[in-house]
Design a protein around this ligand. Structure first.
Ligand SMILES: [Mg+2]
Length: 408
């Protein structure tokens, strides 16, 4: 096994991805707005998906309610997320990056980990920085999107380096930042613990109780001390992370295996109508996730956790892949009926999962022109679902709900 320090890992992350794509698809509108917010509208209590760097200077950030963002940044133009164009651009970026190494892991729609370990010969010993810059130039030339690229001996270091390579208001855009092998510990010294992925608000609170806010605060302590404070798993994890040590591999072509939505109820539910209403909402959300990812699903699973914590599930694999609310709900409803018939006690949690995912439009998907006899999903269902997505995109989640029983 090679030492972790010998790995050559990059994280390529598109700059203000949703904003950049919105500008490309609408050069006259969004393209001309310096102060641009991409997300749901304030009238429908939508949230910001992304904002231009100019708008961020006013304190606007993603996941903030759009109404609040507009008060912070009056005069900003608000446009919906162009989901289809984003999916297409995301694929284009991935395709360019895969020319440099086959070991590419897509971490989100605009973030890609690459492992270039062992490619030194292929690139004739060129420094990782040179390869990263060529990659960045190729993606810019072919997709019109700018990337920031961070690099180092682990995914953790690459990710943090990419965050420093990002454009800064008023500052020059570095674009690429590579941490040399052996420089990990020094590099880590500038970060707050909150900057480390997976150190969430709750863990930060626990850390703060021991006076730990920054990486140097932790580095001062022995491994055993950290384990004493935070337990074997988290203590050891933290000890490694603050030194830039992260053994996680770049998993090539990692695919989303399933998409699921579940809800734990405030009070256990026992009547069939209430459960059906919850199921409809969950099926709608899970199928919208599948459509947004540009996928179709063949297997539908319904999970119920009974009041006594016994968890049961039922699945059905369909002859044809589906993605519409209608088809997913129809299958899920039958599965729930079966689960309830087997054991009728109050439920504390209900979930819908979609798996056996494939690309929309790929083989195995229902023909668009000739619906198979007895098909569970027609092209009409699909069109209706996409229209619902668009309306929700424009007017928010609550704009449309099917059936009278949907409680959202
Ligand atoms: Mg990004």
């Amino acid at each position: 096994m090679h030492a972790p320090a010998s790995r050559r890992i990059l994280l390529a992350d598109a700059d203000a991805f949703y904003v950049a794509v919105a500008r490309l698809v609408d050069p006259e509108g969004a393209g001309k707005a310096r102060l641009l917010i991409v997300g749901g509208s304030a009238e429908r209590r939508g949230v910001v998906t992304s904002a231009s760097y100019e708008a961020r200077a006013y304190g606007v950030h993603s996941a903030m309610p759009t109404g609040r963002a507009q008060r912070l940044c009056p005069g900003a133009t608000v446009v919906p997320v162009p989901w289809e164009a984003c999916t297409a651009k995301s694929r284009e970026i991935g395709a360019v990056l895969r020319r440099f190494t086959p070991v590419v892991e897509q971490a989100s729609s605009d973030e890609f980990y690459l492992d270039l370990t062992g490619t030194e010969q292929l690139y004739e010993g060129a420094p990782l920085e040179t390869t990263a810059r060529r990659m960045r130039d190729a993606v810019l030339a072919e997709t019109s999107l700018a990337l920031s690229i961070g690099g180092g001996s682990s995914k953790l270091v690459a990710k943090l380096a990419a965050s420093l390579a990002k454009p800064r208001p008023g500052g020059a855009t570095a674009g690429v930042l590579i941490v040399a092998p052996g420089g990990e510990a020094d590099f880590m010294g500038q970060f707050a613990l909150a900057d480390i992925p997976l150190v969430g608000p709750r863990f930060q609170e626990r850390l703060a109780r021991f006076g730990l806010r920054t990486v140097p605060d932790v580095v001062r302590h022995e491994r055993a001390t950290l384990i004493g404070w935070f337990g074997e798993r988290e203590g050891a994890w933290l000890y490694d992370r603050v030194r830039g040590i992260d053994g996680a591999a770049v998993e090539a072509d990692r695919e989303i295996k399933s998409l699921s939505r579940d809800e734990t109820f405030a009070t256990d539910l026992d009547d069939d109508d209430s459960l059906a209403a919850k199921l409809l909402a969950l099926a709608d959300r899970a199928s919208a996730d599948v459509r947004q990812a540009g996928l179709v699903a063949r297997t539908v699973t319904v999970k119920v956790r009974d009041a006594d914590f016994i968890t049961r599930q039922a699945s059905r694999t369909l002859p044809e892949a589906v993605q519409s609310d209608h088809a997913v709900y129809a299958v899920a409803r039958a599965l729930l009926t079966r689960l309830r018939a087997a054991r009728r006690v109050p439920a504390r949690l209900l979930g819908v999962a979609l798996s056996q995912l494939g690309p929309a439009g790929g083989s195995g998907q229902l023909s668009l022109l000739e619906p198979a006899a007895g098909a569970v999903e027609t092209e009409r269902d699909r069109t209706i679902s996409r229209v619902i997505d668009e309306v929700r995109e424009k007017f928010g989640r609550d704009a449309l709900s099917r059936g009278g029983a949907d409680p959202r």
